[in-house]
Design a protein around this ligand. Structure first.
Ligand code: FAD
Length: 392
């Protein structure tokens, strides 16, 4: 079974498969499943109609399941419409883009100072509050099979792997580039798992269900793809745990005090969960990266590659895939920002402060939920397929 095939420590991480499956099933998955239904986490701001800067428009795919249903303005939370906090010069001094590459494992514990609008050095942002942005209710637009495939989809994946992260990571590839490859491959596995788990089995009767064959053909028969999924899950989980104080203090205001309090309490339960912290205290060790004097240069290079991947999401020719592609790449970019863009100390020897956009936190938690669901599905559905590959 999958449980037997994948044993030992998840490569490049600090926890073993068995612990990950147990913690995910008992703690992470149930909390996140509930959390993402609350108003704060179910509305995502996104620019759905955007020009692809790499090639002429493919045209949106015509399947009904490709389209996103946008919310009427009256539906999305009133506080989301208010302008963001403007940063002072002092606060700006403590932001991203500093040249040092050293990474600390901690973040200042009194961190949340209000939602800000500030660029993420890892992503190609379209956050500016302009008329082209819409709020989408994620609960009404689940990530599932859409029928998007063929040359348009292939072109995106090819561009992501060939131009921006080496498709066949060799041993010569430095650890940092290997991490980028594994993050993308893990996300790709997760997308495949979700489309297989929620598949249109019969168009005539509109019957949806699990397609185990696709799950096996696209993911389970490739041990590396499964391993990369676990890696990506642990990487994002580490970012959430590292930003625990920030996430706990953050303002989850949607204008409904009861629901907002519950949201905050669920976030607190997750990020400070004693069993999670005791059993897998450091899911990924970010301080091992960007060492040596080429560290800063390498970091800028990998940042540029990830930014490109983020820009490629504008070229996804199916609206719903574009929505989830953008959300999940922003979530990964947020995890990268938390883990790698908060340097150890500024000139006055004070820890640098994390500043996140509200949309980044929404993307981060929804991404973690998608990954957590994929890990659970792989773990549970794998054995029922009956032809599980052995781990290499
Ligand atoms: P693809 O999944 O397109 O893979 C292309 C090639 O990449 C494979 O031949 C293989 O060589 C390699 N590859 C595959 N998986 C991995 C991996 N995990 N790691 C490393 N290499 C790998 N479709 C939906 O139905 N619903 C969605 O929500 C959806 N979202 C998408 C979001 C994005 C950003 C993109 C680019 C596509 C999305 N698609 C979605 C399309 C879907 O991902 C596939 O492209 C499509 O189903 C066709 O699959 P395929 O079998 O041709 O292989």
């Amino acid at each position: 079974t999958v449980a037997k095939a994948y044993t030992g420590i998840v490569e490049d991480c600090c926890c073993d498969y068995e612990t990950v499956n147990r913690l995910n099933k008992k703690i992470v998955h149930p909390i996140l499943q509930e959390l993402v239904t609350f108003p704060f986490f179910r509305y995502f701001k996104v620019k759905l109609w955007c020009d692809c800067e790499f090639w002429p428009d493919d045209g949106m795919c015509k399947l009904r399941d490709c389209s996103v249903c946008e919310c009427p303005e009256s539906e999305f939370p009133e506080p989301f419409k208010k302008p963001f906090h403007v940063l002072s010069d002092y606060e700006l001094m403590c932001q991203e883009g500093r040249q040092q590459a050293s990474v600390d494992r901690t973040i200042d514990s009194k961190v949340f100072k209000g939602w800000v609008e500030i660029d993420n050095p890892w992503t190609h942002d379209d956050e500016a509050d302009n008329a082209e942005l819409t709020y989408v209710n994620l609960q009404l637009n689940p990530e599932r099979y859409t029928g998007y495939s063929g040359t348009s989809a292939r072109r995106i994946w090819d561009a992501i792997y060939s131009d921006n992260c080496s498709k066949f990571p060799s041993d010569e590839l430095c650890q940092e580039k290997r991490v980028l490859y594994k993050l993308i491959s893990g996300l790709h596995s997760s997308i495949s798992v979700h489309l297989a788990a929620d598949y249109l089995l019969d168009e005539a009767t509109n019957l949806w269900g699990q397609n185990l064959e696709i799950m096996y053909d696209r993911v389970l028969r490739y041990p590396d793809r499964v391993k990369n999924l676990y890696f990506t899950f642990l990487f994002v989980l580490r970012a959430v745990m590292k930003a625990a104080d920030y996430l706990e203090q953050a303002e989850y205001n949607t204008g409904n005090p009861m629901e907002d309090l519950k949201t905050q309490s669920l976030v607190r339960q997750l990020v400070h969960h004693p069993n999670l912290r005791a059993s897998c205290p450091l899911p990924f060790d970010e301080a091992k990266l960007w060492q040596g004097h080429s560290g800063p240069e390498l970091k800028l290079e990998v940042q540029k590659q990830f930014k490109n991947i983020s820009a490629l999401m504008d070229c996804v020719g199916c609206e719903k895939c574009r929505l989830w592609g953008k959300l999940q790449v922003l979530g990964l970019g947020t995890a990268l920002k938390i883990l790698f863009s908060v340097n150890s100390h500024n000139l006055e020897d004070k820890p640098l402060q994390l500043q996140l956009q509200r949309n980044e936190v929404i993307a981060l938690m929804n991404l973690l939920n998608r990954l957590s669901e994929s890990v659970k599905l792989i773990h549970e559905m794998g054995p029922s397929i009956g032809k599980i590959p052995k781990a290499s």
